[in-house]
Write a protein that binds this ligand. Sequence first.
Ligand code: BT5
Length: 324
Amino acid sequence: QTDVRSKLIEAFSKADGKFISGQEIAEYIGCSRTAVWKHIEDLRSEGYVLEAVRKKGYQIVSKPEKVTANEIKLGLQTKIFGKSVHYEESVESTQKIAHRLAGDGASEGTLVVAEEQTFGKGRLSRSWHSPKHTGVWMSLILRPNIPFHQAPQLTLLTAVAVVQGIEEATDLMPGIKWPNDILINQKKVTGILTELQAEADRIHSVIIGIGINVNQKNDDFPEDLRQKASSLFIESGQPVSRARLIQHILAKMEQLYQLYLDKGFTPIKILWESYAVSLGKEIKASTLTETLYGKALGITDEGVLLLEDNAGQIHTIYSADIEI
Ligand code: BT5
Protein backbone atom coordinates (compact mmCIF):
# COMPACT_ATOMS: atom_id res chain seq x y z
CA GLN A 1 0.00 0.00 0.00
CA THR A 2 2.70 2.53 1.00
CA ASP A 3 4.72 1.41 -2.04
CA VAL A 4 1.84 2.24 -4.34
CA ARG A 5 1.43 5.55 -2.58
CA SER A 6 5.07 6.53 -3.03
CA LYS A 7 4.92 5.54 -6.70
CA LEU A 8 1.86 7.72 -7.17
CA ILE A 9 3.64 10.66 -5.58
CA GLU A 10 6.68 9.90 -7.72
CA ALA A 11 4.49 9.98 -10.83
CA PHE A 12 3.14 13.44 -9.92
CA SER A 13 6.64 14.55 -9.04
CA LYS A 14 7.84 13.55 -12.53
CA ALA A 15 4.85 15.28 -14.17
CA ASP A 16 6.15 18.44 -12.49
CA GLY A 17 2.86 20.29 -12.09
CA LYS A 18 1.42 19.19 -15.45
CA PHE A 19 -1.57 16.95 -16.02
CA ILE A 20 -0.98 13.23 -15.96
CA SER A 21 -3.58 10.83 -17.29
CA GLY A 22 -5.21 8.05 -15.32
CA GLN A 23 -3.79 5.60 -17.83
CA GLU A 24 -0.23 6.89 -17.34
CA ILE A 25 -0.61 6.73 -13.60
CA ALA A 26 -1.99 3.19 -13.79
CA GLU A 27 0.98 2.11 -15.90
CA TYR A 28 3.48 3.89 -13.70
CA ILE A 29 2.33 2.31 -10.49
CA GLY A 30 1.21 -0.95 -12.06
CA CYS A 31 -2.44 -0.99 -11.01
CA SER A 32 -5.85 -0.73 -12.62
CA ARG A 33 -7.47 2.60 -13.51
CA THR A 34 -10.16 2.02 -10.91
CA ALA A 35 -7.44 1.60 -8.30
CA VAL A 36 -5.89 4.89 -9.43
CA TRP A 37 -9.13 6.64 -8.60
CA LYS A 38 -9.08 5.15 -5.10
CA HIS A 39 -5.49 6.24 -4.50
CA ILE A 40 -6.34 9.75 -5.68
CA GLU A 41 -9.23 9.84 -3.20
CA ASP A 42 -6.80 8.82 -0.44
CA LEU A 43 -4.54 11.72 -1.36
CA ARG A 44 -7.54 14.08 -1.21
CA SER A 45 -8.41 12.84 2.24
CA GLU A 46 -4.90 13.79 3.34
CA GLY A 47 -5.52 17.39 2.32
CA TYR A 48 -4.20 17.42 -1.25
CA VAL A 49 -6.30 19.42 -3.70
CA LEU A 50 -6.37 17.59 -7.04
CA GLU A 51 -7.95 18.75 -10.22
CA ALA A 52 -9.39 16.11 -12.54
CA VAL A 53 -10.08 17.10 -16.14
CA ARG A 54 -11.60 14.76 -18.70
CA LYS A 55 -9.14 13.54 -21.33
CA LYS A 56 -6.27 15.28 -19.54
CA GLY A 57 -6.12 13.48 -16.24
CA TYR A 58 -5.04 14.69 -12.83
CA GLN A 59 -3.04 17.58 -11.53
CA ILE A 60 -2.01 18.54 -8.01
CA VAL A 61 -3.35 22.03 -7.32
CA SER A 62 -2.12 22.39 -3.78
CA LYS A 63 -0.54 20.29 -1.11
CA PRO A 64 -1.45 20.21 2.56
CA GLU A 65 0.83 22.12 4.87
CA LYS A 66 2.02 19.04 6.65
CA VAL A 67 5.25 17.12 6.68
CA THR A 68 3.86 13.69 5.82
CA ALA A 69 5.96 11.19 3.92
CA ASN A 70 4.18 12.18 0.69
CA GLU A 71 4.77 15.87 1.25
CA ILE A 72 8.45 15.27 1.73
CA LYS A 73 8.83 12.87 -1.17
CA LEU A 74 6.98 15.01 -3.71
CA GLY A 75 9.82 16.95 -5.34
CA LEU A 76 12.61 15.44 -3.25
CA GLN A 77 15.92 15.47 -5.17
CA THR A 78 17.95 12.88 -3.27
CA LYS A 79 19.12 9.36 -3.96
CA ILE A 80 19.02 7.90 -0.45
CA PHE A 81 18.16 10.47 2.21
CA GLY A 82 14.45 10.60 2.92
CA LYS A 83 13.58 7.78 0.52
CA SER A 84 12.17 6.04 3.56
CA VAL A 85 10.13 8.39 5.76
CA HIS A 86 8.50 7.49 9.06
CA TYR A 87 5.87 10.14 9.81
CA GLU A 88 3.83 10.67 12.97
CA GLU A 89 1.41 13.40 14.06
CA SER A 90 2.66 13.41 17.61
CA VAL A 91 5.59 11.68 19.29
CA GLU A 92 7.56 12.06 22.49
CA SER A 93 10.76 12.49 20.52
CA THR A 94 11.70 11.62 16.95
CA GLN A 95 15.09 10.53 18.36
CA LYS A 96 13.43 7.80 20.35
CA ILE A 97 11.68 6.40 17.28
CA ALA A 98 14.79 6.68 15.14
CA HIS A 99 16.77 4.76 17.78
CA ARG A 100 14.21 1.99 17.70
CA LEU A 101 14.13 1.84 13.89
CA ALA A 102 17.94 1.92 13.70
CA GLY A 103 18.11 -0.95 16.18
CA ASP A 104 15.67 -2.86 13.98
CA GLY A 105 17.98 -2.40 10.99
CA ALA A 106 16.48 0.64 9.23
CA SER A 107 18.56 1.63 6.22
CA GLU A 108 20.79 4.66 5.94
CA GLY A 109 18.90 7.81 5.10
CA THR A 110 15.72 6.75 6.91
CA LEU A 111 13.98 9.86 8.18
CA VAL A 112 11.66 10.16 11.16
CA VAL A 113 9.53 13.28 11.24
CA ALA A 114 6.65 14.49 13.39
CA GLU A 115 4.26 17.42 13.52
CA GLU A 116 4.77 17.73 17.25
CA GLN A 117 7.05 16.42 20.00
CA THR A 118 5.79 16.20 23.54
CA PHE A 119 9.23 15.45 25.04
CA GLY A 120 11.65 16.91 22.49
CA LYS A 121 15.24 16.46 23.66
CA GLY A 122 18.17 18.84 23.70
CA ARG A 123 21.69 17.93 24.78
CA LEU A 124 22.39 16.89 28.39
CA SER A 125 18.73 15.99 29.02
CA ARG A 126 17.54 19.50 28.34
CA SER A 127 14.20 19.87 26.64
CA TRP A 128 13.37 21.10 23.17
CA HIS A 129 10.14 23.02 22.63
CA SER A 130 8.40 21.45 19.61
CA PRO A 131 4.84 22.73 19.11
CA LYS A 132 2.45 21.26 16.56
CA HIS A 133 2.66 22.10 12.84
CA THR A 134 5.04 25.02 13.21
CA GLY A 135 8.51 23.51 13.12
CA VAL A 136 10.67 20.81 11.63
CA TRP A 137 11.26 18.06 14.17
CA MET A 138 13.14 15.26 12.51
CA SER A 139 15.80 12.58 12.98
CA LEU A 140 17.95 11.07 10.24
CA ILE A 141 19.61 7.67 10.51
CA LEU A 142 23.15 7.41 9.12
CA ARG A 143 25.47 4.43 9.05
CA PRO A 144 28.90 5.85 8.31
CA ASN A 145 31.97 3.70 8.50
CA ILE A 146 33.99 6.08 10.64
CA PRO A 147 35.74 5.76 14.00
CA PHE A 148 33.90 6.76 17.10
CA HIS A 149 35.71 10.02 17.80
CA GLN A 150 34.80 11.45 14.40
CA ALA A 151 31.06 11.37 15.00
CA PRO A 152 30.93 15.01 16.22
CA GLN A 153 32.03 16.04 12.72
CA LEU A 154 28.60 14.96 11.56
CA THR A 155 27.01 17.57 13.83
CA LEU A 156 29.08 20.23 12.09
CA LEU A 157 28.25 18.79 8.67
CA THR A 158 24.56 18.89 9.58
CA ALA A 159 24.82 22.50 10.69
CA VAL A 160 26.28 23.44 7.29
CA ALA A 161 23.51 21.55 5.49
CA VAL A 162 20.81 23.25 7.56
CA VAL A 163 22.27 26.71 6.93
CA GLN A 164 22.44 26.02 3.20
CA GLY A 165 18.94 24.55 3.22
CA ILE A 166 17.55 27.63 4.98
CA GLU A 167 19.38 29.84 2.48
CA GLU A 168 17.75 27.97 -0.39
CA ALA A 169 14.26 28.10 1.07
CA THR A 170 14.33 31.72 2.32
CA ASP A 171 16.26 34.99 1.92
CA LEU A 172 17.78 34.56 5.36
CA MET A 173 21.50 34.17 6.08
CA PRO A 174 21.95 32.17 9.26
CA GLY A 175 25.21 31.66 11.12
CA ILE A 176 26.54 28.74 13.15
CA LYS A 177 27.57 28.87 16.80
CA TRP A 178 29.80 25.93 17.72
CA PRO A 179 28.87 23.19 17.90
CA ASN A 180 25.19 22.84 17.22
CA ASP A 181 23.27 26.10 17.19
CA ILE A 182 22.06 27.96 14.16
CA LEU A 183 21.41 31.60 14.81
CA ILE A 184 19.73 34.46 13.02
CA ASN A 185 20.21 37.90 14.54
CA GLN A 186 21.84 36.19 17.53
CA LYS A 187 18.74 34.13 18.23
CA LYS A 188 18.57 30.36 18.03
CA VAL A 189 16.43 29.00 15.21
CA THR A 190 17.85 25.48 15.08
CA GLY A 191 19.36 22.92 17.41
CA ILE A 192 21.11 19.70 16.42
CA LEU A 193 21.46 16.62 18.58
CA THR A 194 23.77 13.81 17.45
CA GLU A 195 23.44 10.45 19.18
CA LEU A 196 25.16 7.13 18.52
CA GLN A 197 24.37 3.47 18.64
CA ALA A 198 27.73 1.81 19.02
CA GLU A 199 29.66 -0.94 20.70
CA ALA A 200 33.36 -0.93 21.59
CA ASP A 201 34.80 1.04 18.69
CA ARG A 202 32.19 0.30 16.06
CA ILE A 203 29.39 2.69 15.18
CA HIS A 204 26.14 0.96 14.28
CA SER A 205 24.31 4.13 13.52
CA VAL A 206 24.33 7.85 14.04
CA ILE A 207 20.99 9.46 14.78
CA ILE A 208 20.97 13.11 13.86
CA GLY A 209 18.16 15.10 15.38
CA ILE A 210 17.33 18.46 13.85
CA GLY A 211 14.87 20.91 15.35
CA ILE A 212 14.05 24.04 13.34
CA ASN A 213 11.68 26.81 14.39
CA VAL A 214 9.87 27.60 11.17
CA ASN A 215 6.48 29.27 11.39
CA GLN A 216 6.18 30.15 15.08
CA LYS A 217 5.16 33.66 16.04
CA ASN A 218 6.80 35.30 18.98
CA ASP A 219 4.11 34.39 21.51
CA ASP A 220 4.20 30.72 20.42
CA PHE A 221 7.45 30.48 22.40
CA PRO A 222 7.33 30.01 26.15
CA GLU A 223 8.36 33.10 28.14
CA ASP A 224 11.85 31.84 28.94
CA LEU A 225 12.73 31.28 25.27
CA ARG A 226 11.38 34.51 23.77
CA GLN A 227 14.59 36.48 24.22
CA LYS A 228 16.91 33.82 22.86
CA ALA A 229 14.86 31.88 20.30
CA SER A 230 13.38 32.87 16.97
CA SER A 231 11.77 31.32 13.90
CA LEU A 232 12.25 31.66 10.16
CA PHE A 233 8.83 33.33 9.99
CA ILE A 234 9.72 35.91 12.65
CA GLU A 235 13.02 36.71 10.95
CA SER A 236 11.79 36.82 7.36
CA GLY A 237 8.16 37.90 7.76
CA GLN A 238 7.17 35.08 5.39
CA PRO A 239 5.65 31.69 6.15
CA VAL A 240 7.97 28.92 4.99
CA SER A 241 6.88 25.52 3.65
CA ARG A 242 8.32 23.00 6.08
CA ALA A 243 8.24 20.17 3.56
CA ARG A 244 10.19 22.24 1.05
CA LEU A 245 12.70 23.20 3.70
CA ILE A 246 13.18 19.54 4.62
CA GLN A 247 13.74 18.70 0.95
CA HIS A 248 16.44 21.36 0.62
CA ILE A 249 18.14 20.23 3.80
CA LEU A 250 18.09 16.55 2.84
CA ALA A 251 19.54 17.37 -0.58
CA LYS A 252 22.35 19.46 0.95
CA MET A 253 23.02 16.87 3.60
CA GLU A 254 23.29 14.06 1.11
CA GLN A 255 25.74 16.08 -1.01
CA LEU A 256 27.89 17.03 1.96
CA TYR A 257 27.79 13.53 3.42
CA GLN A 258 29.02 12.08 0.12
CA LEU A 259 31.77 14.71 0.02
CA TYR A 260 32.67 13.83 3.61
CA LEU A 261 32.88 10.09 2.89
CA ASP A 262 34.99 10.72 -0.24
CA LYS A 263 37.28 13.52 0.89
CA GLY A 264 37.11 13.59 4.66
CA PHE A 265 36.29 16.46 6.98
CA THR A 266 38.54 19.16 5.45
CA PRO A 267 36.10 20.49 2.81
CA ILE A 268 33.28 20.44 5.37
CA LYS A 269 35.45 22.31 7.85
CA ILE A 270 36.10 25.09 5.34
CA LEU A 271 32.38 25.49 4.70
CA TRP A 272 31.61 25.35 8.40
CA GLU A 273 34.14 28.10 9.14
CA SER A 274 32.61 30.31 6.48
CA TYR A 275 29.29 30.25 8.38
CA ALA A 276 30.71 30.35 11.92
CA VAL A 277 29.78 33.37 13.99
CA SER A 278 32.01 32.74 17.00
CA LEU A 279 35.47 32.43 15.44
CA GLY A 280 37.95 35.13 16.39
CA LYS A 281 35.62 36.40 19.10
CA GLU A 282 35.85 36.45 22.87
CA ILE A 283 33.64 33.69 24.20
CA LYS A 284 32.63 32.02 27.41
CA ALA A 285 32.66 28.23 27.22
CA SER A 286 30.89 26.26 29.95
CA THR A 287 31.89 22.62 29.93
CA LEU A 288 30.59 20.06 32.40
CA THR A 289 33.57 20.66 34.67
CA GLU A 290 34.72 24.25 34.16
CA THR A 291 34.04 27.66 32.67
CA LEU A 292 36.64 29.09 30.32
CA TYR A 293 36.98 32.58 28.91
CA GLY A 294 39.02 33.41 25.86
CA LYS A 295 39.19 33.74 22.14
CA ALA A 296 37.68 31.12 19.83
CA LEU A 297 40.58 30.35 17.50
CA GLY A 298 38.89 27.83 15.25
CA ILE A 299 38.11 24.15 15.03
CA THR A 300 40.54 21.29 14.54
CA ASP A 301 40.38 18.67 11.83
CA GLU A 302 38.36 16.59 14.25
CA GLY A 303 35.79 19.32 14.75
CA VAL A 304 37.00 20.20 18.23
CA LEU A 305 36.91 23.86 19.30
CA LEU A 306 40.19 25.64 20.14
CA LEU A 307 40.04 28.36 22.75
CA GLU A 308 42.95 30.58 23.75
CA ASP A 309 42.58 31.87 27.28
CA ASN A 310 43.91 35.21 28.51
CA ALA A 311 47.16 33.62 29.64
CA GLY A 312 47.76 32.42 26.08
CA GLN A 313 47.08 28.80 26.88
CA ILE A 314 45.15 26.86 24.23
CA HIS A 315 42.33 24.58 25.32
CA THR A 316 40.63 21.93 23.21
CA ILE A 317 36.91 21.80 23.89
CA TYR A 318 34.94 18.71 23.01
CA SER A 319 31.60 19.71 24.38
CA ALA A 320 30.34 22.93 25.91
CA ASP A 321 27.80 25.70 25.82
CA ILE A 322 29.16 28.84 24.25
CA GLU A 323 28.19 32.42 24.93
CA ILE A 324 29.52 35.09 22.64
C1 BT5 B 1 19.86 21.38 21.11
O1 BT5 B 1 20.17 21.13 22.41
O2 BT5 B 1 19.90 22.46 20.58
C2 BT5 B 1 19.43 20.16 20.32
C3 BT5 B 1 17.98 20.21 19.93
C4 BT5 B 1 17.60 19.06 19.05
C5 BT5 B 1 16.12 19.00 18.80
C6 BT5 B 1 15.76 17.94 17.79
S1 BT5 B 1 14.11 18.04 17.29
C7 BT5 B 1 14.18 16.51 16.51
C8 BT5 B 1 15.02 15.62 17.41
N1 BT5 B 1 14.19 14.98 18.39
C9 BT5 B 1 14.47 15.38 19.63
O3 BT5 B 1 13.89 14.98 20.66
N2 BT5 B 1 15.47 16.27 19.60
C10 BT5 B 1 15.95 16.50 18.25
P1 BT5 B 1 20.85 22.18 23.38
O4 BT5 B 1 22.04 22.79 22.73
O5 BT5 B 1 21.04 21.44 24.64
O6 BT5 B 1 19.77 23.30 23.56
C11 BT5 B 1 18.63 23.11 24.36
C12 BT5 B 1 18.23 24.48 24.92
O7 BT5 B 1 17.72 25.30 23.87
C13 BT5 B 1 17.12 24.40 25.95
O8 BT5 B 1 17.63 24.23 27.23
C14 BT5 B 1 16.43 25.76 25.78
O9 BT5 B 1 17.12 26.77 26.49
C15 BT5 B 1 16.62 26.06 24.31
N3 BT5 B 1 15.44 25.68 23.51
C16 BT5 B 1 14.51 24.72 23.76
N4 BT5 B 1 13.61 24.66 22.77
C17 BT5 B 1 13.97 25.58 21.85
C18 BT5 B 1 13.45 25.99 20.59
N5 BT5 B 1 12.37 25.44 20.03
N6 BT5 B 1 14.12 26.99 19.94
C19 BT5 B 1 15.21 27.57 20.45
N7 BT5 B 1 15.75 27.23 21.62
C20 BT5 B 1 15.14 26.24 22.32
